[in-house]
Each structure stands twice: as C-alpha cells, then as structure tokens.
Design a protein around this ligand. Sequence first.
Ligand code: GUN
Ligand code: FE
Length: 454
Amino acid sequence: MDNYMQVFQGTAFSSKSPKEIHILKDYLFCIHADGVIAKIVSPEDSGYQPLLDHYQGKPNFHRLADGQYFLPGFIDLHVHAPQWAQSGTALDIPLYDWLNTYTFPLESKFSDLDFAKKIYDDVVSTLLANGTTTALYFATVHKEASLLLAEICAGKGQRGLVGKVVMDDPGQNPEFYRDADTHTALVDTEEFIVAVQELAKSTKQGVYPVVTPRFIPSCTDEALKGLGELAAKYDAYVQSHCSESDWAHGYVQDRFQKNDAFALNDFGLLRDKSVMAHCNFLDDHDADLFAETGTAIAHCPISNAYFANSVIPIAHLHSKNVEIGLGSDISGGFSPSLYDNIRQAVISSRMLEDGVNTSLPASERGVPGSRITIHEAFYLATAGGGESLSLPIGRIEENNAWDVQVIDTKLPSAKLPIFNEDENLDDVFQKIMYLVRPEHIREVWVQGKRVHSR
Ligand code: GUN
Ligand code: FE
C-alpha cells in the first residue's frame, strides 16, 4: 500500500472542458507528501475498498460530512492588493479620475510597512476565506512592501504571484507616487524578482515574482523595453492592464498607432507566462497574437461593468483559443469573491447576447452567441486560471496540486435549498455556484495543507 500524506473521501466537482463538469461521486483522493494528488480512485475500482480499509480511522483520513463537497480552489488572475483598503468606494467616476483622486494617493501610503502589513494580512486572509487558493497580485511601486506581500502569501500558505508595480513616466504619474526614475524602476524590479525567487525556496505551494508595468500610459518606452528583457532573463510572469477603457485604448493608439497587444508585444511583454487584465478592446488580430504567444486574459466582469463601458466577448475569444481566467480586480471590482465574479460573468454575457436597448427591435439589440453558462464561468475561475498560469492547478485530477474548498450545503444557519436527498448533482453544483457565501466555505486547502477553516 502506498504511503500517502492524506486521503480524502467525498464528492468533488471539477471542470472537464469549458462547457462540461466532471462529477466524482464518493471518490478517494490520495495526496502525496508534496501536496500533489497522486491518485484518484472511483468506488467502482477494485482498489477502493482496500485503500479505505487501510486509511479509515487514521488521523490523515478525512471523510466529508453529508452535504459537503469538494471544489477546486479558485484562481484570481487580477487583484490589486493595496486597493482592498478602498473596496466598495468611489466606483462612480471614470477610470482616469479614479486613479488620480483615490487610487494613487492610497497606494502611495504603502511606503509605510506597518500600514502595508495591516492591509496585506487582511486581503490574503480574506481571499483564502473566499476560496481563492492562488492569486496574481499587483502590489505598489514600493519594493519592500511588495516583498512583504509575497512573504505574507508564503506565511499564510496562499500561492501568491506578486508584482512590484512599475510607473516611471514623470509626465504621466504624480510626483507623490511613481518610481524615482527609469533606472531605479528596473533595478528595483530585478532585485524584487531575485528576492521572491529566493523566498519561494522555503514554501511548498510556491510564490512567484511578476514583471508588472502598470499599463502602457504609466511607463516610458525604456522601462517597457527593460521589463521585457527582465521577463526573458528570469523567465518570469508578466502582468499589465491591456485595452481596458476607451481612454487607455485611445492613449495607446495616439502614442504607438497600434493596439495595446501589438505595442506590448513589441517590448517582449507578451509571453506564455503573461496575463493581461480586462482586454475589452481586443480585435481579432490582437486575439490571434494572444493565442500565438500564449498570453492569457484576466476577465474582470464586475470591474468592467463599472470602468470599461463594455462587455468582453468571452465565447468569441474562447473560439479563437485564447486562454482566459477570472479576476476580481479589487478594487475596480468591489468583491473579493470569485463566486460573485462567476455570477457577473454569466449576467454580463447574457446582457451582451440579448441586448439591453429596448428602443431597438429585439432582433437588432444584442450580439448573438455571446452568452456563457455557469459551467463556463466556473471553468474560468478554476481550470482556465491554471492554464493561464501554466501551473498544474485548477482541476481536481491526478498530478494537480491539492488546492480545494470544502463547501457545506447544510450549514445549520444557512442551508442551501436542497430538499431532495437524491437531488441531481449537476443541480447541486449550480446551486453552489449561485448561492454560496463565505460561511459555506468550511475549509480551504493549498498544496495539501489546510490554510483556512471555520
Ligand atoms: N489601469 C491602470 N491602473 C489601474 C487600476 O489600478 N485598476 C484598473 N481597473 N485599471 C487600471
Ligand atoms: Fe486592475
């Protein structure tokens, strides 16, 4: 009998493809010492009963209670960790004003490490409690505070991918909040990459440095070029905002006479490990370039409803083989929950398909073929995120990390409306997607370690 670190018994939901889920009813999940799923055993398998007999009753055997289910941990592909301090506020003004009036003054305060620790401790714990096991973070321009965020992820057991933000152009960024100069921005980024790679060695789940030009408008050509070179030198992740709003899209057109995607690519910033947030104004050439370079989209449906004046055509981009995951975009998006973003992704896609302007005849209102299902939105939050990051996460299957949430549908204070003991499990899944709140998330595990329970 193999010696597993842990064995779990229960029913799990995981994406098979964007449109289909895999329901593993009453399976055994055997976890290796490195936190990876070594073996998944069906009750029909002849090895099932011997394994159960061997592990049942041991301290490393966990059986889910009635009404509890495993889901993959969520992967949030776009979070501004410092902006957690202003989540839910100032959402009624345009992006450009919001950045200058609220966001840059807040982010400038992260030069104070005590302040940074308070916010970063809270945002990492909050995301874990919402089922987010992996997060791709923007920190701030400050090297030390950005490293502190990576250390907090490492300490709390979250798989954090963290970027020190670069915004070096004195013509575009306020004096109180920008890199001292282009050279310093690049040196700080390189030192940050090296420090996080060193920190990663002492973690089981991994933490990763991310090359992070805030968006084209905040960076000089020299900085963008230097960041592309650093990404290649260290084979590092890259993140930025791409074609987000009318304003940002128009700015890049004026400066480079091309769309963000081609401009970023010219600087070596579209790579297999690149994740670009928003991407509302991508045309088909941009989408092909994303697919060719392996660049992924962080779809931020709540934020897009507020700042982007658009709905991104997910179904169309999937048909063009672009990798897509989901992002909360705290605090452009107000919610730390990817459940809320899953729901908004479906709602927004329905509004795009059906159209909302009733002064037009029904046949002329919407964009046919735009709607996505709740299963597709779940895919974005899980398997799509794993593919976007090229990491073995986001699915409950062999050789993936044991990154899971345990959902309790029978929580005494907030039972989900499941009245039939034999309810179809696909219906149970849909009820979980639409109705779960943080109190239903009883446990969260990352790389085989329990990192949250309630
Ligand atoms: N574009 C540049 N910076 C930001 C930011 O902080 N949030 C969003 N949503 N868009 C941006
Ligand atoms: Fe953002």
